[in-house]
Design a protein around this ligand. Sequence first.
Ligand code: UDP
Length: 271
Amino acid sequence: MSARQQGGGGQAERAPGPTVDEARLWKAPDYRRILLKLSGEALMGESSFGLDTVTVERIAQEVKSVVGMGVQLCLVIGGGNIFRGVEGATKGLDRVTADYMGMLATVINALAVQGVLEAIGIHTRVLSAIPMASMCEPYIRRRAIRHMEKGRVVIFAAGTGSPYFTTDTAAALRAVEMDCDAMFKGTQVDGVYTDDPLKVPDAKRFDRLSYHDVLTKDLKVMDASAISLSRENHIPILVFSLQEPGAFAEVVAGRGTFTIITEEGQNDAGS
Ligand code: UDP
């Protein structure tokens, strides 16, 4: 059940800060190019591991809607539904090996999403930070940009290609390299809350936050290096629910429910 359902269709109590109307005064730019970050878990559906095809197909339709708006789109997909380096390291694997396994997991997800997107008529390219010549293209910045200019959805695989990083950081890095107007993070709930709204029913949702708020209040949005990189390069982050059908296109159009993280965010978490 999404937080919106729990909280009553977007009626969840809000943290102090701008009113909904004030937040709506933020006008969605006419996005030229954006990046969507999905965690591997977003592809699991109700399962506890791996990929759920119905869920992947649903997400592909969300992507298709945004492509239909004429926005250039790239994706970074995590691998946590298959393997996470940190967890592998706790089970006796050395961390670097475990992280490479995690990066391979992101390639599996990228290929799955590519297959489903192509099946519904969306042209895609997978570009891997770790070259895998017989499966996908290597990551080359200019080539990635050219693909998007031609209307292809680019899926970045294998994170940054280096251990000790996450796909959140890879997403921020690629968003900067691709000169994206914004990074969208699709989650289980419709924004950033003071607490996990799936566990804490009176958690409050923020309409706006600053990068500083996210870092200093240790809000669980993206890891600190992803937030810092976005901050340094002025990439707004929009957090929205992937569970709400049509939500991605709505948020790209500046409507619907989401939390936007920029330099100027004003909500004071939980005070
Ligand atoms: N990973 C890595 N370097 C990167 C990106 C990912 O080593 O640049 C590894 C790391 O082990 C991580 C795993 O890939 O745990 C899966 O990525 P992540 O945990 O970010 O996936 P998500 O939580 O988004 O599903």
